[in-house]
Design a protein around this ligand. Structure first.
Ligand code: SDX
Length: 436
């Protein structure tokens, strides 16, 4: 295939057997061009083949841009480190959903609306009693968030922009409440209702850690750190769980059910489950002197072991979020007076060794966002099983923003990929009595 500019537009030419196909090359604002292969099958009777979608763009989007080689992450054009340092999570939610940072009055309206949607229907509390107390909280989140669709299915016309906005706000607002309920249920404590006098992240902390018997004061250092962690996890282009939400949404499914599908996909250890897996790995390594043994295992393909929190499909340079996450980790440990956190020592030594090891350098395996988030969340007193739940709370805004963009995109239609069939060719049925 080659590409050339032909006056106002450029095309890619593909020769397939005795066909020559000209396909349009489309450019975005920044980043790689795309070859529009929409007519490939019709003109060549061939599908393009790209398991894992390593070279496939499934949509156009204005929300997030990633440059994996330069370690760049922009949300609506704003660099992630500037948002993490200077903004707050609710303001980033407005930016992701609406495309602009809010004015003061827009911020007050948006933040007030989110606050007023934080309560869940009292019937929701009944869903929890069906789970064992030791159920993984991500299993609870899949079930209970999916059940939200039972409360709103008949009041959500996704073709009405107003109702898409209400559904998006309800999801952003109710995820912390449900996440905190999942945590309280696991530890046998009573659910704590949201408080409208607290900001988003402080409210989440009090729903997790307050008890009815005594007043609870939110530590502003912890609240600020967690708010920054939420910003770092808010959206990330067409990652696996976001693509899941888009695909589910492309059939017109209820947005609450689509987010439940995203939660299910995020749970995997190769994706959002990596923060839990990375902390468990650091605990298993246990001490600095055992790191070489694990680095050796990670390089041995037959071991099936991977360094959790390392590597990324897109970032072939440092994950810019990991830099901010590492800084936040140190700030939290310093603020909490946790000087000699052994897992931090193991993490920093593992990072140093990996970044100097030819295997990891060659394969461009750098720490990703999940490498330091686990240590930080543990220092904030969250149990390891809750780490991916917190990832889901933060990523809900990215999922709903991408879902909304997909519904509003005139190019979008139901997602229905094809395949390379490698099974049996057609054959005649043989009655059981005549089989060997
Ligand atoms: C997230 O997509 C996103 O944006 C996701 C995310 C988001 O915000 O939504 O950023 C969040 O999911 C971050 C990633 C968290 N996952 C982990 O930390 C799990 C460990 N990492 C890997 O499993 C892996 O790196 C992936 C899944 C993250 C990326 O997988 P790819 O792009 O499909 O890469 P690959 O599996 O093809 O690996 C390429 C090579 C392989 O060796 P070769 O076959 O080329 O010889 O690198 C090796 C792999 O064996 N490799 C690793 C490794 N990751 C890849 N070797 C050791 N340890 C690792 N962690």
């Amino acid at each position: 295939m080659d590409s050339k500019s032909t006056g106002t537009s450029s095309t890619a030419t593909l020769k397939v057997k005795d066909h020559t196909v000209e396909m349009p090359l489309r450019s975005g604002t920044i980043g790689p061009d795309v070859i529009d292969v929409g007519k490939l099958y019709k003109e060549t009777d061939c599908f393009n083949y790209d398991p894992g979608f390593t070279s496939t763009a499934n949509c156009s989007s204005k929300i997030t841009y990633i440059d994996g080689d330069k370690g760049v992450l922009l949300h609506r054009g704003y660099p992630i480190d500037q948002l993490a340092e200077q903004s707050n999570f609710v303001e980033v939610c407005h930016l992701l959903l609406n495309g602009e940072l809010p004015t003061e009055s827009e911020y007050q309206e948006f933040s007030g609306a989110i606050t007023r949607h934080t309560m869940v229907h009292e019937q929701m509390t009944r869903f929890f009693t069906g789970f064992r107390r030791d159920a993984h909280p991500m299993a609870v989140m899949c079930g209970v968030v999916g059940a939200l669709s039972a409360f709103y299915h008949d009041s959500t016309d996704i073709n009405d922009p107003e109702q898409r906005t209400i559904a998006a706000r309800r999801l952003i607002a109710k995820m912390p409440t449900i996440a905190a309920m999942a945590y309280k249920y696991a530890i046998g404590q009573p659910f704590i209702y949201p408080r409208n006098d607290l900001d988003y992240t402080s409210n989440f902390l009090q729903m997790c850690f307050a008890v009815p018997c005594e007043p609870y004061t939110v530590d502003p250092v912890i609240s600020r750190a967690l708010d920054r962690i939420f910003i770092l996890h808010a959206d990330h282009e067409q990652n696996a769980s976001t693509s899941t939400v888009r695909l589910a949404g492309s059939s017109g499914a209820n947005p609450f059910a689509c987010i439940a599908a995203g939660i299910a996909c995020l749970w995997g250890p190769a994706h959002g489950g990596a923060n839990e897996a990375a902390l468990n790995m650091l605990k298993e390594i246990g001490s600095v002197d055992r790191i070489p043994e694990y680095v050796k295992k990670a390089k041995d393909k037959t071991s099936g072991f991977r360094l959790m929190g390392f590597g990324h499909r897109v970032y072939k340079n440092y994950d810019p979020r990991a830099k901010v996450m590492q800084k936040t980790c140190h700030e939290v440990l310093d603020a909490l007076g946790i000087r000699d956190e052994p897992l931090l020592k193991v993490a920093m030594e593992l990072e140093r060794i990996a970044l100097e090891d030819d295997y990891f350098v060659e394969k461009k395996l750098y720490p990703n966002i999940d490498f330091y988030s686990g240590i930080t969340l543990r220092a904030l007193n969250f149990p390891v099983e809750m780490f991916t739940v917190l990832f889901a709370v933060a990523r809900t805004v990215g999922w709903v923003a991408q879902w909304k963009e997909m519904i509003e995109d005139p190019e979008q239609r139901i997602g229905r990929p094809r395949q390379l069939y490698v099974g049996e060719a057609s054959r005649e049925f043989i009655p059981r009595t005549e089989r060997g």
